[in-house]
Structures are given as C-alpha cells and as structure tokens.
Design a protein around this ligand. Structure first.
Ligand code: ADE
Length: 219
C-alpha cells in the first residue's frame, strides 16, 4: 500500500506546462508588467512565464510554512516582508502548485496591500482542487486526487526527506537493513522506484551517511 503517492515531474513537462499556462494568460487578453515568483517553488515556472510572456520585470517573495507552538496545523508566513512601489503596474504572482492555497494567497494579499500594484492576478502550474481553499486566476492542470509532485528543482531535498520519513516511521528498518531492503520499502511507501531518480538516489544516500542519518556497515 502506497502511503504517500508521488509523481516525478520532468523538466520537459515543466516547460510544456509553463508554456501552456502562458497561453492561457495570453488568451485571456491580459499581460502582466511584473512577475512575482513565490519562493522557492515558483522560481522556475515564473522565469519560464517571463520568457513566454515577454516580461522583463521580476521580483520574488518568500512564503513559507510555520508550525505554531508545535501544533499540527501549519500556517504560511512571509519570510522577508520588504516593501516596493509598483506604481500601479499589473502583477502576476506565480507558484508551482496550489495545494492548501495558503502560500499563494498570502503572497497575493501581501503584494496587493503593500506594493501599490494595479491588477494583481495569480497563476500556478497545478491546482489541487479537492483540497485547496483558494483557486488561482490561472492554472494549467487541475488535480483531483492529492499527490506529491516531485518537481525537478527539489529532487535531492525531497529524496532525503522521503528516506528520513521511512527511517522515522517504518519499524521494519529498525535494526539494520540493506540498501535493497530500503529500496523495496521506498517503492512501497511512495509508489515510485528509486531507479527513477537516477544519480540523485546515490547522492541522497551519500548525503544521509555524511549527516549521520544512515550508517554504513561492512560485514
Ligand atoms: N508543495 C505543496 N504541496 C505540494 C504538492 N502536493 N506537491 C509538490 N509540492 C508541493
């Protein structure tokens, strides 16, 4: 039984989806003067949209999740709340995915209230409509069933997190295990084969050995 459904997204898909998203914006007859990337996930889609929409002006805000007093629910906070004057220019705020919707909504509201913009709209490559409390003005793909989309810009980070979660939560690996056993458990947990990650898999294992999460034992 897969515990966390994961889908690997390729660079080619990112380009295709970003291009498709740019066409949706264009077809709407609207063009932003400034593109704001929501860090960190929005960087690559925002840069591609700037290319496809022929927009030169870019800024970024970092919206991140924050656990309040060690409670389970998280809320988004703006990490560097700086101010600029956009003189009434139209703004497109871009993120990779709208999951709960909190991150993009917070960034949009912040820009609207603090940067003196004109029209502020939001865009994301993907929108998880079954869980999101916020619908972006523009999206390329609607997702119905919650999935973790493993984007190419977090391949190493995600992989390390995936493995750490197994080490924390799967009792079967408590008393020493082989790399083959970890591979098998990984497949079971995430529904993807570690082989799909290419060189990132070896890199993640080496990094986890270096940082003490995994111990190498030669018998
Ligand atoms: N960031 C927030 N939710 C996500 C998801 N479901 N997939 C990938 N990145 C995300």
């Amino acid at each position: 039984m897969v515990k966390v459904p994961v889908k690997l997204v390729s660079w080619d898909e990112i380009v295709e989806w970003s291009f498709g998203l740019s066409r949706i914006v264009t077809r709407d007859g609207w063009r932003p003067d400034v593109i704001v990337a929501v860090a960190r996930g929005g960087y690559v889609p925002a840069r591609l949209l700037a290319d496809f929409l022929d927009v030169n002006n870019m800024l970024s805000v970092q919206s991140q999740h924050w656990t309040e007093a060690a409670r389970a629910e998280e809320r988004a906070v703006l990490k560097y709340p700086f101010k600029v004057d956009l003189n009434g220019e139209n703004v497109l705020v871009v993120d990779d995915i709208v999951d709960t919707g909190e991150t993009l909504k917070l960034a949009r509201d912040y820009v609207e209230e603090n940067w003196n913009p004109g029209d502020v709209r939001t865009a994301a490559l993907q929108w998880i409509s079954s869980v999101a409390k916020f619908e972006p003005d523009y999206y390329y793909l609607e997702v119905k069933e919650w999935t973790w989309f493993q984007y190419p810009w977090t391949r190493l980070e995600d992989l390390k997190d995936f493995i750490k979660r197994i080490l924390r939560e799967d009792d079967r690996l408590n008393n020493g295990f082989t790399l083959e056993a970890l591979t098998e458990v990984f497949r079971e947990w995430y529904g993807v084969d570690p082989g799909e990650f290419g060189f990132y898999w070896d890199e993640a294992i080496s990094s986890l050995v270096e940082t003490g999460y995994l111990k190498k034992e030669v018998s």
